[in-house]
Design a protein around this ligand. Structure first.
Ligand code: ARG
Length: 465
């Protein structure tokens, strides 16, 4: 019979028991559940609600259960329904009478949300660590190829040349913002809901600040109804994971493209590629594809929880038991994907020549040639048309802009002089984009300063948790 056996004459059948159980999922919160119970018992004794002797027995009993779970010698039983009942039931079997006093002034409704908040904080910390490791790899790759020029694209068409380092650092900033989202989710989880009991608070003189301190929460929740039914911090975490996966998916898409024969910009290391069972020549970017594909399930986790929460009246409803599986999946998927992406990028070979050769195609000097004319006094719209015409000429002749003679250029405008050659040089074109945040080598060097500052600041944020 369940812990609430007093009011019942019969239990549920085996199937229904399994259907209603959350143990297979929430046993992952065993450490948090035991920490919450130890803090609660200590506080109950401090407040004179239970005796010091009972508290000591409870604490020792819980420590023993923790050790057994960690040693793998604890046999979970589905009849316990969830981790809270598994631990409390076992405690009472081990220490008897004192174990039955642990649940004084507490409900599984404040217990589960305490555990879940602690778990969310743990998941956030792991993800923030993985996020920093990934960003360090991007910085390292950017720094190892400081002068490498590649085509910059809009609409997947050659647009203007950029530094490969600049391109990699664009991803650094996406992941930097992901870190901020994870830190926000962590902050949202950082209030102690313990002591709100089932929904309304309790008649015992509980010290919620004391359990907050014991459990490392930064504060206590303000409203018992909200506290026992709030799952927003999990949505924040699922959202942070979703955006993180979206960013990884974009990066992986580029890695997949870059490793095609058409691009040939990179070669993935063998450790991050797979072969084909039939085509001996194949080297497939499976892991990049898998990361790209896994974004789907993480978005699904976010949508699932949003939908579960929609329309729920105050306060706790059993629907909320559905909250944990998705967040564990989302956080695990993002952590693994970041780790895989970091390894893949750290070990890929960058083909600088192929990038440069590609950058020479597609008339990417066109904007700069138009700017050249505009700086000599021609209205920019007119200059745009002149250069457009030159591009058309090149296409007809099958040549690039730099292959045109000065006579060809002057036939379109007599503003062209010898010095136009400088405007056609890819390195000059890149290095002329000196605006803050631009792709010029000098601007990228300044950007790297900001990169290092944010890395140091984020590492400090992580260390302070
Ligand atoms: N297993 C439940 C969950 O995960 C714990 C809380 C259950 N509370 C209740 N009154 N049924 O949400």
């Amino acid at each position: 019979m369940a812990l609430w056996g007093g009011r019942f004459e019969e239990g549920v059948d085996d199937f229904t028991q399994r259907f209603g159980a959350s143990l297979p999922m929430d046993k992952q919160m065993y450490a948090e559940d035991i920490a919450g119970s130890r803090a609660h018992a200590k506080m109950l004794a401090h407040q004179g609600v239970i005796s010091a002797d009972d508290a000591a027995q409870i604490d020792a009993g819980l420590a023993g259960i923790l050790a057994d779970i960690e040693a793998g010698s604890f046999a979970f039983d589905i009849n316990d329904e969830d981790i809270h009942m598994a631990v409390e039931g076992e405690l009472t079997r081990r220490i008897g009478e004192a174990g039955k006093r642990l649940h004084t002034g507490r409900s599984r409704n404040d217990q589960v949300i305490t555990d879940t908040r602690l778990m969310a904080k743990r998941l956030c910390a792991t993800l923030m660590e993985g996020n920093i490791a990934l960003r360090k790899v991007l910085v390292q790759v950017a720094e190892s190829h400081p002068g490498t020029i590649m085509p910059g694209y809009t609409h997947m068409q050659h647009a203007q040349p950029v530094l490969f380092a600049h391109h990699m650092l664009a991803y650094y900033w996406m992941f930097q913002r992901d870190f901020a989202r994870l830190a926000f989710a962590c902050d949202q989880a950082d209030e102690n809901p313990l002591g709100n009991a089932a929904l309304a608070g309790t008649t015992y003189p509980l010290d919620r600040r004391m359990t907050a301190q014991e459990l490392g929460f930064g504060g206590v929740t303000a409203n018992s109804l909200d506290a026992t039914s709030n799952r927003d911090f999990l949505l924040d975490l699922n959202y942070a994971c979703s955006v993180g996966m979206m960013h990884l998916s974009r990066l992986c898409e580029e890695i997949i493209l870059w490793s095609t024969s058409e691009f040939g910009f990179i070669t993935l290391s063998d450790g991050y590629s797979t072969g084909s069972s039939i085509m001996p020549q194949k080297k497939n970017p499976d892991f990049a594809e898998l990361i790209r594909g896994k974004s789907g399930r993480v978005y699904g986790d976010l949508m699932a929880l949003l939908t579960t929460m929609k329309g729920l009246p105050l306060a706790y409803n059993k629907d909320m038991q559905e909250d944990k599986e998705g967040v564990i999946d989302a956080a695990g998927t993002l952590a693994d994907s970041m780790r895989c992406a970091a390894g893949m990028i750290a070990t890929m070979t960058v083909h600088e020549d192929a990038m440069l050769a590609s950058a020479r195609k597609g008339f990417m000097a066109a904007t700069d040639v138009a700017d050249y004319l505009a700086k000599k006094g021609m209205p920019f719209r007119e200059a745009h048309a002149v250069v457009g015409h030159l591009v058309l000429l090149c296409e007809k002749r099958g040549i690039q802009l730099e292959d045109l003679s000065l006579a060809d250029l002057r036939a379109e405008s007599d503003l062209f002089e010898e010095d136009v050659v400088g405007q056609l040089d890819l390195r000059n074109i890149v290095d002329a984009r000196t605006t803050e945040g631009g792709t010029a080598s000098a601007a990228v060097a300044e950007q790297l300063e900001r990169v290092r500052e944010t890395l140091a600041a984020d590492e400090a944020v992580l260390a302070s948790r």
